[in-house]
Design a protein around this ligand. Structure first.
Ligand code: ASP
Length: 345
C-alpha cells in the first residue's frame, strides 16, 4: 500500500518535471526563432515644424525629397559595404549641412545680432564616446568638428573660438561666414528684426536642424545632430542639439536618438536620454518610449518637435508632434522612404 505522503511527493515531482519541460520548450522556441536584426538601418531628419503641402511649392517639395534621398543613400552605401554607423551618420549629416535647404551648415538661421552660430554633436553607442561643439561661426561642417573632438578624446564639449581653433588645427575646412548665407534666412532675420519688440523671442514654426542615427553590421549604434539653433536666438544661446542626452544619444543595447524642436524644452526634459532610459529601466519598446516622450510629455508642454531613433534590434522610430518633419530611412533589404508631411508613411 502506498503511503499518502509518498503519493503526494510523486505528484509534486511530476508537476515539477512538467513545469521544467514546458519552460525548456519555451527556451527552445526562443532559441529557434532568433529576433532578426536587419544588417543595417539608417534614419535621418531635416527638422520638424509647420511643414504643410499647402505652403510648399512642387519645386521645394522635390528639392527636399531629393536631398533627403541623397543623404540617405550616402549613409546607406557606407553601411551596405560594412562601414561604421559613425561614418554613415557623418556622411548623411555633412551632405545636409552643405545643402542650403536646412538650418545647419550653409543655410542656417541668424541670431539676434545678425550672424550664424552653429551647434553640433555626435555619439557612438559602443564605448559611448561623444563630443559636441557650440556657437562656432566658421567651421564648414560643424559635425566634423564634433567628430575630431571625439577622436581626440580629451574633451567632450568645446565652444566658440577655442572650438574653432581646435577644428582648424585638426585640418578641418574653415570658411568665411558669408559662405553660410542664403537669402531666405537673411530675409527672415530682417523681417523679425524690423517687427520684433526688444526682449521678445519669436518662436519659429519650422525647425530645420539635421540629424542622423544608424545601426551598422557590427551591431553598433551612432547618432549625430547639427543646427544653427533657433531663429533670432540671443548671442551665446545654446540649444539641445549639442547637448549629449538632450538632442543626441547613442548607446548599444538601447537606442540612438537625434532630436529637433524647441531646444529649451528638449534640454529640460533630457529628451534623447529619456527615450533610452525608458527602454533600459522601464522595458518600454522604442516606439512606446518615443510616443511617451514626444507625443505626451513634450506635447503637454506645447513643445513642438520630434525625434528619429533606431534601437539595437534595428527597430526605428520617426515621432513628431508637429504637422511635418523632413525625414527618411533605409533598412537593409527594403526600399528607402522619404517623407515631409505627417500623413506620409
Ligand atoms: N533644437 C534646435 C535648437 O533648439 C532647433 C531645431 O531643432 O531646429 O537649437
Amino acid at each position: 500500500m502506498t503511503r499518502p505522503d509518498n503519493h503526494l511527493s510523486k505528484i509534486i515531482l511530476i508537476t515539477f518535471l512538467l513545469t521544467g519541460l514546458v519552460s525548456f520548450q519555451a527556451c527552445l522556441q526562443t532559441a529557434q526563432k532568433p529576433v532578426q536584426r536587419p544588417d543595417y538601418a539608417i534614419v535621418i531628419h531635416g527638422g520638424a515644424g509647420v511643414i504643410e503641402k499647402s505652403s510648399m511649392t512642387p519645386a521645394m517639395d522635390s528639392a527636399y525629397r531629393s536631398t533627403l534621398s541623397l543623404a540617405l543613400s550616402k549613409g546607406a552605401a557606407i553601411l551596405e559595404s560594412g562601414g561604421t554607423s559613425v561614418d554613415a551618420v557623418l556622411a548623411a549629416i555633412t551632405l545636409m549641412e552643405d545643402s542650403p535647404l536646412f538650418n545647419a551648415g550653409r543655410g542656417a538661421v541668424y541670431n539676434e545680432a545678425g550672424f550664424i552660430a552653429h551647434d553640433a554633436s555626435l555619439m557612438e553607442g559602443d564605448k559611448r564616446q561623444a563630443a559636441a561643439v557650440g556657437a562656432v561661426t566658421n567651421i564648414k561642417n560643424p559635425i566634423l568638428a564634433a567628430y575630431k573632438i571625439m577622436k581626440d578624446g580629451r574633451h567632450v564639449f568645446m565652444v566658440g573660438e577655442g572650438a574653432e581653433k581646435f577644428a582648424a588645427e585638426a585640418g578641418l575646412e574653415v570658411v568665411d561666414p558669408a559662405y553660410f548665407f542664403v537669402q531666405r534666412q537673411w530675409d527672415k532675420y530682417e523681417k523679425t528684426r524690423q517687427t520684433t519688440l526688444e526682449k521678445e523671442f519669436p518662436i519659429d514654426s519650422k525647425h530645420g536642424t539635421v540629424g542622423a542615427v544608424a545601426l551598422d553590421r557590427h551591431g553598433n549604434l551612432a547618432a549625430g545632430t547639427s543646427t544653427g539653433g533657433m531663429h533670432y536666438k540671443r548671442v551665446g544661446r545654446l540649444g539641445d542639439s549639442p547637448v549629449i542626452g538632450a538632442g543626441t544619444w547613442a548607446e548599444n543595447g538601447s537606442c540612438a536618438v537625434s532630436a529637433t524642436g524647441h531646444g529649451e524644452f528638449f534640454i529640460r526634459n533630457v529628451v534623447a536620454y529619456d527615450i533610452a532610459a525608458r527602454m533600459k529601466y522601464a522595458h518600454q519598446s522604442l516606439d512606446e518610449a518615443a510616443e511617451e516622450v514626444v507625443m505626451k510629455k513634450l506635447a503637454a508642454l506645447e513643445a513642438g518637435g520630434g525625434i528619429i531613433a533606431v534601437d539595437s534590434a534595428g527597430n526605428i522610430a520617426l515621432t513628431f508632434n508637429t504637422p511635418g518633419m523632413f525625414r527618411g530611412y533605409k533598412i537593409a533589404g527594403k526600399p528607402a522612404f522619404t517623407g515631409l508631411y505627417a500623413d506620409e508613411h
